[in-house]
Design a protein around this ligand. Structure first.
Ligand SMILES: Cc1cc2nc3c(=O)[nH]c(=O)nc-3n(C[C@H](O)[C@H](O)[C@H](O)COP(=O)(O)O)c2cc1C
Length: 191
């Protein structure tokens, strides 16, 4: 897939088929993560791939989904819930650079996933202490983000908006998720 097609076509997915993601595809995502930019090239992040159904459910119980359209994009266990989480683990002493590193790594993972037909939801709204405990992390580490992944069971669409227009994503009458994005001209100055 052309990079431009992935950049334009990738959308957050919150409904998943109940099929395990192939390990080769998860490895391709992790390979993209490891090659992402890193402040000072310190590479502080570590990854935990969670696929065991019982563990996935425990993590899922501690996540929040699609706040602007809830409850309609709350995945349902056994029906539309993610089959995989990738936990992005950082040292607790981490600073903004670690979050920036995570952003670069997660974006690389989501674009790679999209090119392989896998949908992702980047999760920042989760009960961190619970997730750290469930994953039995050492005291000096924490999950800074979760990435849910699976084969998509929805096809969200993007639409262009100009300055001053609402940014809220929404569901239309056909239950299709629309994601507004500002145009280049709305958000860019040239000097
Ligand atoms: C830092 C960050 C945290 C996010 N946390 C959540 C979350 O907890 N739950 C959720 O459903 N979506 C979450 N999202 C997904 C955003 O809602 C989504 O990226 C946004 O609506 C734009 O849609 P798009 O990814 O299709 O462009 C998060 C995205 C980012 C970048």
């Amino acid at each position: 897939m052309e990079l431009s097609a992935a950049v334009h076509g990738r959308r957050t997915v919150r409904r998943f088929k109940q099929v395990q993601v192939r390990e080769t595809e998860l490895r391709a995502m992790l390979d993209a993560a490891r090659l992402a930019s890193s402040g000072g090239n310190i590479q502080p992040l570590r990854y935990i791939v969670i696929q065991a159904p019982a563990l996935v459910s425990r993590i899922f119980e501690n996540t929040a989904w699609g706040g602007l359209v809830k409850p309609r994009r709350n995945p349902e266990p056994g029906k539309t819930a993610p089959v995989t989480f990738i936990a992005v683990v950082s040292p607790k002493s981490g600073n903004n650079t670690h979050h920036a590193d995570a952003g670069a790594a997660i974006q690389s993972m989501t674009l790679t996933a999209y090119s392989l037909g896998i949908g992702c939801c980047w999760i920042g709204a989760f009960k961190r202490e619970n997730v750290d405990m469930i994953l039995e992390l050492p005291e000096d580490s924490t999950v800074i983000y979760l990435l849910a992944a699976g084969y998509p069971d929805e096809s969200p669409v993007q639409e262009d908006i100009g300055t001053g227009m609402p940014v809220n994503y929404y569901l239309d009458d056909n239950d299709v998720l629309h994601v507004p994005k500002f145009t280049v001209d709305a958000i860019t100055q040239w000097r």
